[in-house]
Design a protein around this ligand. Structure first.
Ligand SMILES: [Zn+2]
Length: 76
């Protein structure tokens, strides 16, 4: 995948060194409803997210970004 250096959504609530924070992991999914548990060692309580009208959602625990794979087979 291509790394995007220009992040349109800047989190201004937590000013800090961007270098000090690991870049969020991007996970491609095929459903707008996703589950995240942190992935083992960095685990957190299992949470479910629904993208709603968006094509992505970020986990509030581990900052992973779940991106809806293009198309999704035409949906309904
Ligand atoms: Zn998570």
């Amino acid at each position: 995948m291509t790394k995007l250096h220009d992040n349109p959504r800047t989190d201004q609530s937590t000013p800090g060194d961007p270098d000090a924070v690991a870049p969020p992991e991007v996970i491609n999914v095929t459903s707008r409803r996703v589950k995240c548990d942190g992935g083992g060692a960095l685990g957190h309580p299992v949470v479910f997210y629904d993208m709603g009208e968006e094509n992505f959602v970020e986990c509030l625990y581990c900052d992973r970004r779940f991106v809806l794979a293009g198309g999704a087979g035409g949906g309904h």
